[in-house]
Ligand binder design. Sequence first.
Ligand code: PMP
Length: 428
Amino acid sequence: ADLAEREAGLIARRDKVLGSSYRLQYRRPVHFVRGEGMWLYDPDGRAYLDFYNNVPSLGHCNPEVNAAMAEQAGRISANTRYLEPRLVDYAERLVATFPTELDRVVFTCTGSESNDLALRIARLVSGNDGVIVSSYAYHGTSAAAAMVSPNLGEAVKLSPSVRMVALPGPAGVAEAEAPAFFEAQVRAAIKDLDRRGIGVAAILIDSIFSSDGVWIDPPGFIAGAIAAVREAGGLFIADEVQPGFGRTGHHMWGFERHAVVPDLVTLGKPMGNGFPIGGVVGRHAAMDRFGATARYSNTFAGNTVGIATADAVLTILQRDRILDSVVAMGERLSQGLQRIAGASSGILAVRHAGLFFGIDIGHDGMSASQRRAMALDVVNAMRDDGVLISTTGANEDTLKVRPPLVCQAEHVDRFLVSLQAAVASCPA
Ligand code: PMP
């Protein structure tokens, strides 16, 4: 049978056996059998350029990372209850990439577990229950993380202790007014939590607001809001699952752009370049208060294979000066996008930090639903052209572009050609 026929059979079998909460990407789903660097290959050997996946940030199947993983798997995979120098070495090296106040780490296996643990710590330390999040945030899939993820739609309605705050960018607020606008939103949320006797345990935010549509400017706009939360006894949890490990280029951590030091930082996705490992990094005061009364035992978290893999990732990030390349390639991509946006219509705005881009799609005068449909058309046209991206934002009309951090000029240029053609194929 040819590939299309085999894939139709596979889709039918999936639908019968897998839980129906799964979704396939793209109108014509893709099927990959091999990955290498920036590229994924289908069974016919067709290459797709991956500008979507922020997990294998050092490239798919990075040979050096895989060698470290295999070498450790061939020796021992121990857990955190045994003395293991590699665990301590990596913990020291990881913590050293943070501001000095952030001096403790606890390992997890996923971003959701990291946020789940951070919420437990914040609630225990503050004695409060309330959590403030942005209005289209996603923080994970565990019961507690889903309750603070309005992006999931159904979940947040269930929790009386969660408050959503509007972001200045999507609300159309000018940059000069952004800090005051955001602080006022957060102060109102705190007041409401206090009035109901819930109190604020934490503000939990992704520093580049990935699922809200990538909102990064102006730098520092979150500072007043964070100060208000701390005044009320709450903690600042920075969700670095998406912006962390150099994605934003100028910094290892997204919160550094805002020059505010969090109380807790949650990690995941690129930490193991695909191996499931995450963590919570925090100030010792909060971490020790939690540790004095609570237990956190996580069977797989901190296993030696995961640690060896994450250690190789951090070594490469630092040794190969990946952040410099992220800044340079981010600049090249930004200039190319401005060129396309200036020469034709279809791109309404471009926002980026390093190699995390949000590109608003639409022609002037389009309704929100027309912009959403156009963004979906662009994503599918690019898939047919062999380039992978997706959408984000409350209206899903923002293209979400996050290539592995090792992308080079040739990849950026190939992406730009594909995007320009896809946008041009959508009528005004
Ligand atoms: N936080 C953010 C900002 C995320 O984007 C995600 C995953 N998309 C998570 C947390 C949850 O991570 P995981 O899927 O590894 O549990």
